[in-house]
Ligand binder design. Structure first.
Ligand code: 13P
Length: 249
């Protein structure tokens, strides 16, 4: 039985002080989620990772990105040992905003995922098609490339415990969420791809939907057979809204 996972991606929002306030309130939020058998986690900006961990040490805290090298001349980047020093062992990899604004590719995502496996970190690997690709009807082809190139060389045991998030680019921050049928169709397609490569790891891996998820629509998505949770931007920023997401699951 796969446990449901609600993950907040805060993107470039909240100062350290604001994060501390949320972090303290997240202790109750986490208890509430546990009572509903739901896992929750948050990916704040790098600067706030330590503050969030300190405010709620048991919360799953993820970095929004990382570099695959341990150290070196990579201005503006952060590495796995730096995250582990803070007790952060999750990271979002390949978010569409990083793919489109910072030239993230399936190949660079693959290097990051391999480095994460070597360091026993858990990834949320993001895939999703653009509006143009959706309209051309090539969604599954794009998803197949992103999934298979991204996870190339990972072990079966690792894939079982990783998380993949399907986030159609056209639904992110636009209020134009994909229908629950589309979410189910693509999440089930991702599970099939995993099955072909890794056999029964496909029944354990958690696959999330992301894109304009709100308290009003979270139930529709999570009621789908292959949707194990949600990666949430805007609606994860306020404690009340996060609580409502958990409540409405
Ligand atoms: P929104 O929930 O704000 O649409 O963002 C989705 C997202 O990109 C989460 O990673």
């Amino acid at each position: 039985m796969r446990r449901k996972l609600l993950f907040g991606n805060w993107k470039m929002n909240k100062t350290i002080a604001e994060t501390k306030v949320f972090g303290k309130e997240s202790v109750e939020l986490e208890k509430f989620a546990k009572s509903k058998n739901v896992d929750i986690g948050i990916a704040p900006v790098y600067l706030s990772l330590a503050a969030l961990k300190e405010a709620n040490p048991s919360l799953i805290v993820a970095s929004q990105n990382l570099h695959y090298e341990d150290h070196g001349a990579f201005t503006g980047e952060i590495s796995i040992p730096m995250l582990k020093e803070l007790g952060v062992d999750w990271a979002i990899i390949g978010h569409s905003e990083r793919r489109s604004y910072y030239n993230e590719t399936n190949e660079s995502c693959n290097k990051k995922l391999l480095a994460m496996e070597a360091n026993k970190m858990t990834p949320i690997y993001c895939v999703g098609e653009t509006l143009e690709q959706f309209e051309k009807g090539v969604t599954k082809k794009v998803i197949e490339e992103q999934v298979l190139e991204g996870i190339k060389g990972l072990s079966k045991a690792y894939v079982e415990d990783m998380v993949i998030a399907y986030e159609p680019v056209w639904s992110i921050g636009t209020g134009k969420n994909a229908s629950k049928e589309i979410a189910q169709d693509i999440c089930s397609y991702i599970r099939e791809l995993i099955k072909k490569e890794y056999g029964d790891a496909s029944s354990k891996i958690r696959i999330l939907y992301g894109g304009s998820v709100k308290p009003e629509n979270v139930h529709d998505y999570l009621a789908q057979k292959d949707v194990d949770g949600a990666l949430v931007g805007g609606a994860s920023l306020k404690v009340d809204s996060f609580r409502q997401l958990i409540e409405n699951i």
